[in-house]
Design a protein around this ligand. Structure first.
Ligand code: DX5
Ligand code: ZN
Length: 222
């Protein structure tokens, strides 16, 4: 299981110390949300910010590209220190080429799907990805309410993985805190992005420990 604090919920003036706080508190991955103002109605930060954060922590950099033209950004984010790039399946025909380009750069590949998108959109790519991201809010902003109706997709992703003997991780992102993380774990999620649920806590270490224990207790086994 992996817990990935999302820097989007950190103090923007203190990315260096906030990313260190996430690492010290036991976060496994650092989730970095890249928003381009087109694919989603918000702008976050770019590769220069990611490379400025990189020397501060050893954590795996899980970069979530909410961008309409990721092809123009892949190389910059890999050079900036991304360990994984997640692209959105809503980009349609571009997906096979994007997956290939990311792999060429020795970077892990994630594929995300938004709440309104049917899970069959990701089916052709399941044997080509390292992670499937089931969005549990409409992307663009932190601090939104978890959408229960996305949970059956997590279940389906787990069933497919088992039936097909595949190894992709199943990640959830949006409104994930200790209670909703437990629900996701019961459906089969193994990778938990949490922004507000962790960064808003004075004691992030406690929050991560509690989330980890709760998820472990509720983990789907079959
Ligand atoms: C939403 C982003 C999330 C966001 C989650 O567009 O993809 O990663 O940071 O934030 P919370 O956990 O606050 O919903
Ligand atoms: Zn995200």
């Amino acid at each position: 299981m992996k817990i990935a604090p999302s820097l989007l919920a950190a103090d923007y003036g203190k990315f260096a110390s906030e990313s260190k706080r996430a690492e010290r508190s036991g976060g496994d991955w650092l989730h970095l949300d890249i928003m381009d103002g087109h694919f989603v109605p918000n702008i976050s930060f770019g590769p220069n910010v990611v490379s400025a954060i990189r020397p501060n922590v050893k954590m795996f950099f899980d970069v979530h590209l909410m961008c309409a033209q990721p092809e123009t950004l892949i190389e910059s984010f890999v050079s900036a220190g991304a360990n994984q790039l997640t692209i959105h399946c809503e980009l349609g025909d571009k997906i096979p080429d994007l997956i290939w380009r990311i792999r060429q750069l020795n970077c892990k590949v994630g594929l995300a799907l938004n709440p309104p998108t049917h899970i069959t959109a990701v089916e052709p790519y399941l044997d080509k990805i390292d992670l499937l991201l089931v969005m549990t809010v409409n992307p663009g902003f932190g601090g939104q309410k978890f959408m229960q109706e996305c949970l059956p997709k997590v279940q389906k992703a787990w069933d497919w993985r088992m039936q097909r003997g595949l190894g992709y991780r199943i990640q959830v992102d949006g409104g994930v805190e200790v209670n909703t993380a437990a629900e996701c774990a019961r459906m089969g999620a193994d990778t938990f992005v949490s922004g507000t649920g962790l960064f808003s806590k004075r004691n992030m270490k406690n929050a991560i420990t509690t989330m980890r224990e709760t998820v472990e207790k509720n983990r789907r086994r079959q």
